[in-house]
Design a protein around this ligand. Structure first.
Ligand code: GDP
Length: 266
């Protein structure tokens, strides 16, 4: 993503009809330790990709993975939609804000079919272990199998609007099948705290008294936090006909089960 010439060759050689730019340093926690790298890959990388597209495949439809981290703590008492002001709270957030505006400007300046999907957190059993959902479901599975005694976590009070990645990928595809390129919020409209996630995960594994297994480690608390995210995806519902199929409970259950089964086989 930091090498524009490679991206230009890739686009020129493959002549794609659709491009989904999901490439990023996507872990918020790491972005404070690597702010420059995050800006180069996540921010300027998106510019490199859309510029390669403009140069060598300007009829290709372009999807940019934007994020609810753009909102930061904007309107945390209500819901966030396409009109909510952006106030990012991390190097990851401000790199993604740069990318958001790059894509919007290319759409408006060069008449390209380029969309930002402002996706709230989306999870599955394939989620990286550095993210809280998978860290918890894998940690619970380790405890269940007697392979660990505890899980160390940071802020248990922050709340997220967690959906199922499979549902969200369908929304990405739908955005590129429309007549007109637009930006869309994709979310479930439900919010849950990290504490609820932990409690539910232990429950799914049939482990009681979860508090004895969880340690709050101040080193895992971030320099700045996005406290509450809750998205309003009514625009996507109206225009794309999209709505999430999997609930939070089903998502947590499937992730816990998958980690317990995987470690059981191993
Ligand atoms: P994010 O919303 O993209 O930052 O997704 P994460 O899954 O990394 O974090 C979601 C929330 O969980 C944030 O508010 C974190 O501060 C909180 N959290 C609490 N403990 C942890 C932890 O040990 N790891 C991570 N990744 N997040 C944690």
């Amino acid at each position: 993503m930091t090498d524009p010439i490679s991206l230009m060759h890739a686009v020129k050689d493959s002549q794609p009809e659709e491009i989904y730019n999901l490439a990023a340093q996507s872990y918020v926690g790491a972005s404070w330790r690597q702010p420059h790298l995050t800006t180069a890959v996540t921010g300027v990388g998106a510019l490199n990709m859309i510029e390669a597209t403009r140069e060598y495949a300007n009829k290709a439809k372009f999807y940019q993975a934007s994020t609810s981290e753009l909102f930061g703590n904007s309107n945390t008492n209500g819901t966030q939609n396409e009109n909510t002001p952006f106030e990012p709270r991390s190097p990851y957030g401000f790199a993604k804000l740069y990318a958001f505006h790059a894509i919007k400007n290319y759409r408006e300046s060069y008449n390209m079919f380029a969309c930002n999907g402002i996706l709230f957190n989306h999870e599955s059993e394939r989620r990286g272990m550095e993210f809280v959902t998978r860290k918890v479901t894998n940690g619970v599975a380790m405890i269940k199998h007697g392979l660990a005694k505890e899980i160390k976590l940071g802020n248990l009070d922050s709340k997220r609007d967690w959906g199922f990645a499979g549902d969200y990928v369908e929304a990405m595809w739908l955005m590129l099948q429309q007549q007109k390129p637009e930006d869309f919020v994709i979310a479930t409209g439900q919010t849950h705290s990290v504490r609820e996630l932990v409690e539910k995960s232990f429950n799914c594994a049939g482990i009681k008294d979860w508090e004895q297994y969880v340690i709050v480690d101040p080193n895992l608390v971030r320099p700045a936090e996005v406290f509450t995210l809750k998205g309003d995806a009514s625009k996507a519902n109206n225009i794309l006909g999209w709505k999430p199929k999997m609930t939070f409970d089903q998502l947590v259950e499937s992730m816990v089960k998958s980690d317990i089964d995987r470690l059981g086989k191993a």
